[in-house]
Design a protein. Structure first.
Length: 442
């Protein structure tokens, strides 16, 4: 579903009335349940607005006809946009209450395109955007309360952010216009919404900050947590800070943010946050893996105790995967090819499976004839995303492919595709091509 795939799954908005950042969590939480199936199979905590990079101005979305006309004009200015035949009445806007119109919006976002070509997907996306914006305007015409209006704003940002696929300039200009129009609004919910947006924009600019400015910003966010408590909005901002800093010279700073955040999460009254404290510590642990030994324990899918020491002397790919994960399945042929080529030279694979049932795992293994060992707990409560190793290393997206050297030290956290192939050649040497037998040779 094209429109939905352009929105972040952890967008959370509270109801109006509170003056803390926490007031924007509740409505966003409701939205989060609708915004799944991202491009990468994940449990990403990245906040909603990081991908919401554009929208129409309010003047351009007054009616469906005007919205479509604006979209087409904007698209015409963007290179490579190609129209496809799509029925104009695919999403007729219904009459109804705000709740009924929000249900309509959800159904629009979940409607797949019949034409799966690039042109067909783009045309379908435009009609989805048009329908969502028109439904939002119909809701606003009913003069809703702050809570509903804030949800409308969020829907607009998501829908029109998706417009960057074919009209990025129009979207960038539009989102600025929309945000500027809210600056003079003194209602608490809108004020806090804008405050969060500004914090998110600062996160996006972390790379350009000096160390001193970065530290001030981090302390500012933790100061809000100290004053108002941790909610899912500040949690999302802090995890985004951790990801933004998680590489190069700022890795230690990211580790510090994650560990400090985990301390706060453990004390939270929100079970959804407190239960994820261990995974947040795992994210910090994962950042420290490159160049260090990777510890792996557990039971194999056959119920045997896994012996990690037996793999010393081999270059090993540790692959976190599941049979329901499309990108994971797409990588399997390359993994099998590399194992056939480099297995005799000392390459091995260890899978960490995140299926929720043994049956689903075994069916895929048998079908694809996977020959390597996979770890899978014999306890149902430790399967799926609750896999102990996934929690220990903070794995929040799959596939996660980690390559370790002969000593068990991590040399890559993203060993997939051609990257894996190149690393194996570096570690084990090139594959010698077998010369064809000469005619008449004995």
């Amino acid at each position: 579903m094209q429109l939905q795939n352009h929105q972040r799954r952890d967008s959370v908005v509270h109801s109006a009335g509170s003056k803390s950042l926490g007031m924007v969590a509740k409505t966003r939480l409701n939205l989060r349940n609708e915004l799944k199936n991202m491009r990468r199979i994940n449990l990403s905590d990245e906040i909603f607005s990081r991908l919401v990079v554009g929208c129409f101005t309010l003047a351009l979305i007054a009616t469906p006809a005007v919205a479509q006309d604006a979209a087409e004009k904007g698209a015409a200015t963007e290179k490579g946009d190609t129209e496809a035949e799509v029925p104009e009445e695919l999403f007729p806007i219904p009459e109804g209450t705000a709740d009924e119109l929000f249900q309509f919006i959800t159904s629009v976002k979940r409607t797949p395109a019949k034409d799966r070509s690039a042109e067909g997907l783009n045309a379908h996306l435009k009609l989805q955007i048009e329908a969502v914006l028109a439904a939002c305007e119909k809701i606003l015409a009913g003069e809703p309360d702050e809570k509903v209006e804030l949800k409308v704003i969020t829907e607009k940002l998501g829908a029109l952010g998706a417009m960057t696929r074919y009209a990025p300039k129009l979207s960038r200009d539009g989102i600025k216009s929309l945000m500027d129009s809210l600056e003079s609004d003194t209602r608490p919910a809108i004020v806090d919404f804008l405050r969060v947006r500004k914090l998110e924009q600062k996160v996006a600019g972390l790379a350009a900050m000096s160390e001193a400015d970065r530290n001030v910003f981090i302390e500012e966010v933790f100061g809000m947590v100290d004053a108002n408590g941790l909610d899912r909005t500040t949690y999302g901002i802090l995890t985004s800070i951790g990801r933004a800093l998680g590489g190069g010279d700022t890795t230690d700073a990211a580790v510090a943010v994650y560990m400090r955040l985990a301390d706060v999460m453990e004390k939270s009254d929100d079970e959804a946050l407190s239960s994820r404290a261990g995974r947040t510590r795992g994210a910090a642990r994962s950042l420290k893996l490159p160049g260090n030994f990777m510890e792996i324990t557990g039971k194999t899918a056959e119920g045997e105790t896994f012996d990690w020491a037996a793999y010393r002397g081999k270059v090993v790919l540790v692959d976190f995967w599941a049979s329901w994960c499309g990108p994971c399945r797409a990588e399997i042929p390359n993994m099998k090819a590399q194992l056939e080529a480099y297995g005799p030279k000392g390459f091995a694979i260890v899978g960490v499976n995140l299926d929720t049932t043994k049956e689903a795992y075994q069916k895929y293994v048998d079908k694809e004839e996977l020959s390597w060992t996979n770890l899978m707990s014999d306890k149902e409560e430790e399967r799926g995303w609750n896999n102990p190793l996934a929690n220990y290393y903070g794995v929040s997206g799959i596939p996660t492919a980690i390559l370790v050297d002969k000593e068990g030290k991590v040399i890559s956290m993203s060993a997939r595709g051609t990257r894996l192939n190149a690393l194996l050649a570096e570690q084990l040497g090139p594959i010698e091509e077998t010369e064809p037998a000469k005619e008449g040779a004995e």
